[in-house]
Write a protein that binds this ligand. Structure first.
Ligand code: ADP
Ligand code: GLC
Length: 478
C-alpha cells in the first residue's frame, strides 16, 4: 500500500488570515478536509501585513536568512503557527508583503517571483519534508521550474508538484528581462516550448510546462480550458498535456457557512425548518433600508465587480428587472465603471436597490442567509463558491451555464421538479433576464419554491468527496 503523502500546500492567500477571493476559501477548507482524512498537509503563505491582528501575534519566527533575487540580497524570515491542527508557514519580507496583497503590474510580478524563490529556499529550513508541493495559481508558478532546474539535486527528496489553476485569466505576464533578472532564468528557456507565451515571459505557462500534474477547480472548466477562448492563450500547452490535467470541483467549508450555527446571521435555520430564514430576510431588508414588502423577493449578488462575473449583462438589464416586484442587493468591489453604475442605481431606486461597495465578510453571510435568489451570470467561472454558499443558505442561484456553475447548480426542471437553482446558457443580457423572471415566477409558487430550497440546502457542497480525489491524485504522483 502506498504510504500517506506529505503535502505542502502553497498559495498567495488563505482564510482566515487574508482573503480577496475564492482561492482563500479553498486554501483553508481543502487542507482542513485533507487533514481530516489523515493526509499530512501543511500550508505555506506570504506573511502579508494584512493578516488579521489576532493571528499575527501568534506567529513564531523559526528561521531567518538572506536570499539572492538577482542582484538583490533580500531578507527571508520564516514564521510558523498552528491553527485547528494545521501547521502554517509564512514567508516574511516586509519589502514585498508589507502592503497590498497584490500590488499590480511588475511590482506584483517581483513580489511573487520572490515568493517562488523563497518557498524553494524554505524547503531546506522547515521541519517538514514534503513529497508533494500543491501549488495554486500563477503566484506560485515558477516553483516547478526552479525545482526542476536550479534546485535539482539540491533537496533531500525528489519533490513532485501539482499545479492547480483557479483562474487562468491571471497569468503573471512580464518582460523576460524582469524574470531573468530576478531568477537568473537562462535565455534558452524563453521560447514557446517553455516559459514564453504571446511575446511575454509567463509564470502560469512555466507552471503548466514544468509541474508534474495539473488540476483545475471543476470538471467542466478542465474541459473548457482546452478551448481557445477559455484557455486565454494557454490552451495549447493544456491540450498537449491533457492526460495530466484533471478537474476536481471545489467545495465550501460547511462549518464557516452553516445556517444552523452562523454567528453573523440574525437567526438560525435548517433544511428541515426554514422559518427563521424569514427573520434573516427581515433583518437584511432593514439593514439595507428596503421599503419593499417582506413578501417581495430579494435578489442579491456578492461578487468582484469585473467582466468575468457578467457585470456587463447586469448593467444592461437590471433596470428592466426592477420593473418586476423584486428588490436588489449587491455587495461587491472592483472596476470603477461598475462601482459607479451600482452607486447610480442606489441613488435612482432608494428602497428597491441596496448597494454596498466594499468587502465585508459578515455582511456577505447576512446576504446569503436573508436573500431569496443569488445572481451569478459569469462570462466564465472556474468553479465559483458563492453559488454553493447561497444553496447552503436556501438562496437559489441564478447562473450562466459555464465552468463550475454547470457542475454545482442543477437547473430547475419544470417537468420533474428537480433543481437547486436556475440557469441560462448564452452570454446574453435578455437570456439572463428571462432566467431571473422564471425564478420570480417560481417564487410565487410556494410548494415549488419550498422544494427547490430544500434541494439546494441538502446538496452536499462540502469538500470531503473532492479532498478524497486530491488524496488519490497525490498518491498516484508518488
Ligand atoms: P472569485 O474567487 O472568482 O471571486 P468565488 O465565487 O470562487 O469567486 O469566491 C468568492 C468568495 O469571495 C466567496 O466566498 C464570496 O462570498 C466572497 N466575496 C466576494 N466579494 C465579496 C465582498 N465584496 N465582500 C465579502 N465577501 C466577498
Ligand atoms: C477563482 C475563480 C473561482 C473559483 C476560485 C477558487 O477565483 O474565479 O471561480 O471558485 O478561484 O478556486
Amino acid at each position: 500500500m502506498t504510504r500517506n503523502p506529505q503535502v505542502l500546500f502553497v498559495a498567495s492567500e488563505a482564510m482566515p488570515f487574508v482573503k480577496t477571493g475564492g482561492l482563500a476559501d479553498v486554501a483553508y477548507a481543502l487542507p482542513k478536509t485533507l487533514a481530516s482524512l489523515g493526509v499530512d498537509v501543511r500550508v505555506m503563505l506570504p506573511r502579508h501585513a494584512k493578516i488579521k491582528q489576532g493571528y499575527s501575534d501568534k506567529l513564531k519566527t523559526i528561521a531567518t536568512t538572506t536570499i539572492a533575487l538577482g542582484w538583490r540580497s533580500k531578507y527571508l524570515g520564516l514564521q510558523k503557527m498552528k491553527l485547528e491542527g494545521i501547521t502554517y508557514y509564512f514567508i516574511d519580507n516586509e519589502d514585498y508583503f508589507g502592503d497590498a496583497v497584490y500590488r499590480g503590474g511588475d511590482a506584483e510580478n517581483e513580489q511573487y517571483l520572490f515568493f517562488c524563490k523563497a518557498v524553494c529556499e524554505a524547503l531546506a529550513l522547515i521541519d517538514f519534508d514534503p513529497d508533494i508541493l500543491h501549488l495554486n495559481d500563477w503566484h506560485t508558478g515558477m516553483i516547478p521550474f526552479l525545482l526542476k532546474t536550479q534546485y535539482a539535486g539540491r533537496l533531500k527528496k525528489d519533490i513532485r508538484t501539482l499545479f492547480t489553476i483557479h483562474n487562468i485569466e491571471f497569468q503573471g505576464k512580464m518582460g523576460f528581462e524582469v524574470m531573468q533578472e530576478c531568477l537568473d532564468v537562462p535565455e534558452h528557456y524563453y521560447t514557446p516550448e517553455f516559459i514564453e507565451a504571446g511575446g511575454c515571459a509567463n509564470m502560469m505557462k512555466a507552471a503548466l510546462v514544468f509541474a508534474d500534474r495539473i488540476s483545475t477547480v471543476s470538471r467542466n472548466y478542465a474541459y473548457e480550458l482546452m478551448n481557445g477562448w477559455f484557455g486565454k492563450g494557454l490552451e495549447g500547452i493544456l491540450s498537449a498535456r491533457r492526460h495530466e490535467v484533471c478537474g476536481i470541483v471545489n467545495g465550501i467549508d460547511t462549518d464557516t457557512f452553516d445556517p444552523q450555527t452562523d454567528p453573523s446571521i440574525a437567526a438560525h435555520f435548517s433544511a428541515s425548518d426554514t422559518t427563521n430564514k424569514r427573520s434573516c430576510k427581515k433583518a437584511l431588508r432593514d439593514e439595507f433600508m428596503l421599503s419593499t414588502k417582506l413578501t417581495t423577493p430579494i435578489l442579491s449578488m456578492v461578487s468582484r465587480l469585473t467582466e468575468q462575473k457578467g457585470m456587463a449583462l447586469v448593467q444592461h438589464v437590471l433596470e428592466e428587472l426592477l420593473c418586476e416586484d423584486v428588490a436588489f442587493i449587491l455587495l461587491g468591489a472592483g472596476d470603477a465603471k461598475y462601482e459607479d453604475f451600482f452607486n447610480y442605481l442606489a441613488a435612482k431606486y432608494p428602497g428597491r436597490a441596496g448597494i454596498f461597495i466594499g468587502y465585508n465578510e459578515d455582511l456577505a453571510h447576512r446576504i446569503y442567509a436573508g436573500s431569496d435568489f443569488l445572481l451569478m451570470p459569469s462570462e466564465f467561472e472556474p468553479c465559483g463558491l458563492s453559488q454553493m454558499i447561497a444553496q447552503r443558505y436556501g438562496t437559489l442561484p441564478i447562473v450562466r451555464e459555464t465552468g463550475g456553475l454547470v457542475d454545482t447548480v442543477v437547473p430547475y426542471n419544470v417537468y420533474t421538479g428537480e433543481g437547486t437553482g436556475f440557469a441560462f446558457s448564452t452570454f446574453n443580457a435578455h437570456d439572463m433576464l428571462e432566467a431571473a423572471k422564471k425564478a420570480l415566477a417560481v417564487y410565487r409558487n410556494k410548494p415549488v419554491l419550498r422544494k427547490l430550497r430544500k434541494n439546494a440546502m441538502l446538496t452536499d457542497n462540502g469538500f470531503l468527496k473532492s479532498a478524497g480525489q486530491y488524496e488519490a491524485l497525490y498518491k498516484s504522483m508518488m
